[in-house]
Design a protein around this ligand. Structure first.
Ligand code: NI
Length: 371
């Protein structure tokens, strides 16, 4: 079978067998099976799910990595495809089935080009991207210790096949979560003077948070604070003892991230104090922002042009990707690959046009081969 047909068959299998974050056992086993059949070396890292393949070039050069995430989402598929998910309530709705297949294709092509390949390429099949923390498993296993730079790709349903989104600088945001618990004193709804009502305190905190981006962050810097859950009480005539508000902060700039956390804590504490309530603020840090390296961006655009691909400025997103954990260590470049216009990622009708697979693998192999 031609490579194109093999890749299409692999892709269909992965699409039919999505697994959620940290549960990618079958996916890992299948990737391993394919790599063995294709004669690609697998590195013996201690990983519960996910794995790392390697292609060693015959010319001296750097150690580069390509990150391909492998997990699916808890979404019921509605594409009507003949190779739709066989796993009820689970779906490859973020294109990670495409990332796996492009990674496999790239490894096969690099192996064919071993003589001209300068240095070593590690293809990282990373688990649990959707948890935002799967990259940490790869880092803990030591995979990145000898890596000089890393590339990542992502399916992009806002562009046609043959179009790449590439841009220097920040492309995905830092993703943090906060939980604020306001503790007042519960009492009868008819006698608020007997207690400390946490509800108006929580409301004031929500209002206060909405001034952080508008009043504290530089107007030229993208940032957002969303309160996404607000909970208090369970009936109509009792003032509750506590209220909880939870939400997310997205920033691009490192200093803004520190500033917003500081303001969240200050506002929650001081507003609660003004009302005589107590407050506990938890800050749960997720992945940092992804920032594309200027030199790598230039190289990847150059190669795209030579291959006749269209390059558009990559849309930055206030969404996150745990790819950024790698970027903290080495220069990186995260490229959006047009997979055909249609429903957006994380939607039940999201689809990848299979025509993109071989082209993406060839492009990535070219990028990793260097000049
Ligand atoms: Ni994704």
């Amino acid at each position: 079978m031609q490579l194109n047909e093999r890749l299409a068959a692999y892709f269909e299998w992965f699409h039919m067998h999505p697994e959620l974050s940290y549960e990618e056992y079958e996916t890992t086993a299948r990737i391993k099976e394919i790599l063995v059949e294709e004669g690609i070396e697998i590195l013996p890292y201690d990983l519960e799910t996910g794995l790392v393949a390697v292609v060693r070039g015959e010319r001296p050069g750097p150690v580069q990595a390509l990150r391909c995430d492998i997990d699916g989402l808890p979404i019921r598929e509605e594409t009507g495809l003949p190779y739709a998910s066989l796993c009820e309530g689970k779906m490859h709705a973020c294109g990670h089935d495409f990332h796996i297949t492009a990674g496999i294709g790239c490894a096969i092509l690099l192996k064919r080009r071993k003589q001209e390949l300068a240095g070593t390429v590690k293809i990282i099949f990373q688990p649990a991207e959707e948890s935002s923390l799967g990259a940490l498993k790869i880092l803990e296993a030591g995979v990145m210790e000898d890596v000089d730079r890393i590339w990542g790709l992502h399916a992009d349903p806002t562009n046609e096949v043959g179009t790449l989104g590439i841009r220097e600088g920040y492309v995905t945001a830092a993703v943090d979560r906060f939980v604020v618990t306001v503790k007042g004193v519960g009492c009868h709804g008819a006698h608020p003077d007997d207690g400390i009502d946490p509800v108006p305190v929580a409301a004031a905190i929500v209002q206060g948070f909405q001034t952080i981006v508008s009043r504290n962050v530089n107007a030229f810097h993208p940032a957002l604070v969303s309160v996404t859950r607000l909970e208090a009480g369970n009936t109509w005539n009792v003032i509750p003892e506590a209220a909880v508000l939870e939400g997310t902060v997205r920033t691009m700039d490192r200093q803004d991230r520190v500033l917003v956390e500081k303001r969240i804590r200050e506002l929650a504490e001081n507003i609660a104090r003004a009302y005589g309530a107590q407050v506990k603020t938890e800050w749960i840090a997720g992945p940092p922002a992804t920032c594309n390296d200027g030199g790598m961006v230039k190289e990847s655009i150059q190669i795209a042009k030579v291959r006749g691909l269209k390059v558009v400025p990559e849309e930055s997103s206030m969404g996150g990707d745990d790819f950024s954990f790698y970027e903290k260590r080495v220069p990186s470049c995260y490229i959006k690959v047009g997979t055909g216009k249609g429903q957006l990622i994380h939607q039940p009708g999201f689809m990848v046009d299979r025509k993109v697979i071989l082209g993406a693998a060839e492009y990535l192999a070219e990028v990793l081969c260097g000049e």
